[in-house]
Design a protein around this ligand. Structure first.
Ligand SMILES: C[C@](O)(CO)[C@H](O)COP(=O)(O)OP(=O)(O)OC[C@H]1O[C@@H](n2ccc(N)nc2=O)[C@H](O)[C@@H]1O
Ligand SMILES: Nc1ncnc2c1ncn2[C@@H]1O[C@H](COP(=O)(O)OP(=O)(O)OP(=O)(O)O)[C@@H](O)[C@H]1O
Length: 282
């Protein structure tokens, strides 16, 4: 038996430069993992099959699950003729913009690399993970990083100071494909600056980090779901120095330096939302 943690991520910046001929957007994003994680347990089984179980009842346990896809990819790539049972203890909210599925897929590649003794490096696993989804390579490494290309080209950054993060997820699901599909890159008013965010992180200056946050998908998701923008305004109203939507949403997050203040904001938000999480950069 082997266990792996799959960390959630937030986007500190998300910029889309243009739509590529392959349908994906060329992006530039500063990404950060937080200590909110799914726990995956791997148990070898007799029959040469992939079997999944999950604590969340509404998640598919077949080929639609990114964990299944990751296990199948490992079996096919390395010709493994062994069975595996993977249990997902789901703690990351689903379809939230927190890369839950992508991080589970990355954890599956890492886990099976160990269980089946395949000897692959993290870089090799990240390259393989890109076949499953654009966020998987970043999730392979975690920490702080710049992601480019369609998200799969990762430049790792040194760890920054461990800020507190308040996450709030409204009770709606957002399709990443639909949000990107509605984005018009020629109409983007302000592109976030990767360079300025990287400098702010290197200094560990929360005010500056908050000032440099930007996500070009916010406008699209806010237009579809005004309650997401309202939650962001509430985070700011309750005293967060900076707040933004993560990925394609609908989760919004606030960065806070001190734990007491983060707890105060969490408590205030609980009056408006059932899904409020307190975590830290990880
Ligand atoms: C929104 C983010 O989560 C931010 O980190 C990512 O950019 C999306 O990552 P992801 O969910 O792993 O995305 P994928 O599963 O690869 O793609 C889902 C869909 O989003 C759109 N997509 C995704 C990534 C990208 N750079 N450009 C896109 O236009 C495509 O329509 C694609 O079919
Ligand atoms: N292991 C998994 N965990 C969660 N959802 C999964 C998983 N595998 C497949 N899915 C499906 O993928 C969809 C998106 O879920 P996920 O939690 O990965 O979204 P997300 O947090 O928005 O990810 P991203 O930020 O990468 O776009 C859900 O509708 C879910 O049914």
């Amino acid at each position: 038996m082997w266990t792996e943690k799959a960390q959630a991520k937030i986007n500190l910046t998300l910029d889309a430069l243009y739509k590529r001929p392959d349908g994906y957007h060329e992006v530039e994003m500063v990404m950060q993992t937080v200590d909110l994680s799914d726990h995956l347990t791997f148990t070898e089984r007799e029959a040469d099959e992939i079997a999944l179980s999950c604590t969340a009842p509404y998640i598919p346990l077949d080929e639609r699950n990114l964990v299944y896809q990751a296990a199948k990819l490992m079996k096919e790539t390395f010709g493994v003729q062994k069975g595996i049972h993977i249990h997902i203890d789901k703690r990351i909210p689903v379809a939230a913009g927190l890369a839950g599925g992508s991080s589970d897929a990355a954890a599956t590649l890492r886990g099976l690399n160990k269980v089946w003794n395949l000897g692959q490096s993290l870089d090799q696993l990240a390259e393989l993970g890109a076949k499953i989804g654009s966020d998987v390579p970043f999730c392979m490494y975690g920490g702080t990083a710049v992601a480019r290309g369609r998200g799969e080209k990762i430049e790792r950054l040194p760890n920054t100071c461990p800020m507190w993060v308040v996450l709030v997820k409204p009770p709606i699901a957002v399709s990443t494909a639909e949000v990107y599909g509605r984005l018009r890159t020629d109409e983007i008013e302000k592109h976030p600056s990767t360079k300025a965010m990287v400098e702010a992180l290197a200094k560990g200056d929360l005010r500056q980090i908050c000032a440099e946050m930007g996500n070009v998908l916010e406008k699209v998701t806010f237009a579809m779901h005004p309650e997401v923008e309202r939650l962001k305004s509430q985070l700011l109203k309750f005293g967060a120095p900076g707040a933004m939507m993560s990925g394609s949403g609908p989760t919004v997050f606030a960065l806070v330096e001190r734990e007491e203040k983060a707890l105060r904001i969490c408590n205030a938000l609980r009056g408006f939302s059932r899904e409020v999480y307190l975590c830290r950069f990880f």
